[in-house]
Write a new protein. Structure first.
Length: 238
């Protein structure tokens, strides 16, 4: 199969997929579809210029032939990039697929010393806090650092016995949490992040909302990992 044939098939499948998914007119062209969805889907928005050029190229290839001979062939790079976009839309990666580590929660009445023991044992930097089934936030390594830095040597022994709930003020990121469902796709998450009016430090992945019990939490993503996820699933191959 030539690149021309692969490209035309991709254009048709891409347009049909998005038209069906978003209940657009069956007669919509590829150009119309990407313009409608430009601000509704992060992948379309990110790759709009490329997709717009692919739409123009399709029109040239289909409608402008010389003596029924194709005047140009899309490059291998164009085919690979277009295929990646189509496959990403067809089977979007869910958060469940990205979860690798277990999540360790901590009770609000547990001591600071207990939190340090968890950090030493598991090496994690983010710990969701619950008090009588109520989610209070996620205590991070930033909170640990600030608590230690603002406590004198003479007061360290008392700090180690202090309940976590009394140290919340040391963690500026404790409420910077986005709760999402494990069935959500990475596109759903980035859409939610764009609509959020605050910087998110932790994404909690849960089985259902609202979050009422620690057993609902199945994973988390920290802000440092978001850049890598963005590069992999939104920016894609360059």
């Amino acid at each position: 199969m030539t690149n021309y044939e692969q490209f035309i098939i991709l254009c048709n499948k891409f347009t049909r997929l998005l038209s069906d998914t978003y209940d657009l007119k069956s007669t919509s062209t590829m150009g119309q579809v990407i313009r409608i969805l430009r601000h509704r889907h992060p992948l379309i928005k990110q790759h709009f210029e490329a997709l717009d050029s692919y739409s123009d190229l399709r029109n040239v290839l289909v409608h402008e032939k010389y003596d029924r001979v194709v005047l140009a062939q899309p490059s291998d790079h164009v085919i690979r990039h277009f295929e990646w976009i189509y496959e990403s839309l067809l089977t979007p990666v869910t958060l469940k697929e990205l979860m690798e580590k277990e999540v360790i929660t901590i009770d609000a009445d547990a001591s600071f010393s207990s939190l340090l023991d968890l950090i030493k044992k598991h090496g994690f930097t983010h710990y969701p806090i619950f008090e009588d089934g109520i989610f209070l936030g996620v205590f991070t390594d930033s909170g640990v650092t600030h608590a230690l830095a603002q406590t004198s040597f003479e007061q360290l022994a008392a700090l180690y016995q202090t309940p976590i709930k009394s140290l919340i003020q040391y963690d500026e990121h404790i409420k910077d949490v986005l709760v999402v469902l494990q069935k959500d796709s990475v596109f759903d998450v980035f859409d939610a992040l764009q609509k959020n009016d605050k910087d998110i430090e932790t994404i909690l992945i849960v089985t259902q909302t609202p979050l009422q019990h620690e057993n609902q939490i199945k994973g988390l993503i920290v802000s440092k990992a978001l850049t890598k996820i963005l590069e992999t699933y939104i920016l894609g191959p360059q």
